[in-house]
Design a protein around this ligand. Structure first.
Ligand SMILES: Nc1ncnc2c1ncn2[C@@H]1O[C@H](COP(=O)(O)OP(=O)(O)O)[C@@H](O)[C@H]1O
Ligand SMILES: [Mg+2]
Length: 172
């Protein structure tokens, strides 16, 4: 078994934030900044999207904490998809290690994908393959510009694969 990834204090801090988010901040405008001041976790922030703040656990994993209702839903969905998606395409999803209410721990995939035609084509093809397996890979290609959403895509060197790091919006 792996070592415990979060301390009991980390869980306490996260739960407290989730409670505040629900009771006070669901309709607030700048939930991300509110979360930044309320969520006193001992980890460095390495990224943030509209729905989640992401911390580096410095052991090869990241912790994503929801800063909105959608973030809670996306964390839950990401965990479910990783568990249930029975296809070889699953190797293109960043591995989920653990999750709980409002949070998820996932392998860290650091390397950005070069924004060139070859990779554009690869991402488009991959999205089509997912669709053929019944999985709609939402938020991977911009519907207006048809450009990949590079922030949600990484490259994993050890197996030479394009990896989706944000598949909370995917639908089976
Ligand atoms: N597995 C990961 N490894 C490394 N960085 C990540 C990982 N997951 C997320 N990040 C960073 O955090 C940012 C926000 O995470 P993301 O899951 O896309 O949140 P949101 O649902 O809010 O868009 C990403 O754009 C990326 O910079
Ligand atoms: Mg994202």
């Amino acid at each position: 078994m792996e070592d415990k990834l979060l301390t009991s204090n980390d869980l306490k801090v996260i739960n407290k934030w989730m409670k505040k988010l629900k009771e006070k901040y669901y309709n607030s405008k700048n939930k991300r900044n509110i979360a930044r001041s309320e969520l006193k976790l001992p980890y460095e922030e390495i990224g943030a999207g509209l729905y989640r703040i992401v911390f580096d656990l410095k052991n090869g994993f990241v912790l994503k904490v929801a800063v909105s209702k959608t973030g809670i839903k996306n964390n839950k969905n990401e965990a479910e998809i990783y568990k249930k998606f029975k296809s070889s395409l699953r190797s293109h999803l960043a591995k989920v290690i653990d999750h709980g209410y409002g949070w998820i721990i996932m392998e860290k995939v650091d390397q950005k994908v070069s924004q060139n035609d070859e990779n554009r084509e690869k991402v488009l093809k991959l999205r089509k393959k997912f669709l053929r397996r019944g999985m709609r890979a939402s938020d991977i290609i911009s519907s207006s510009s048809k450009e990949p959403k590079w922030k949600n895509i990484r490259y994993r060197e050890k197996d030479n694969l394009i990896i989706f790091i944000d598949y909370g919006p995917f639908r089976y």
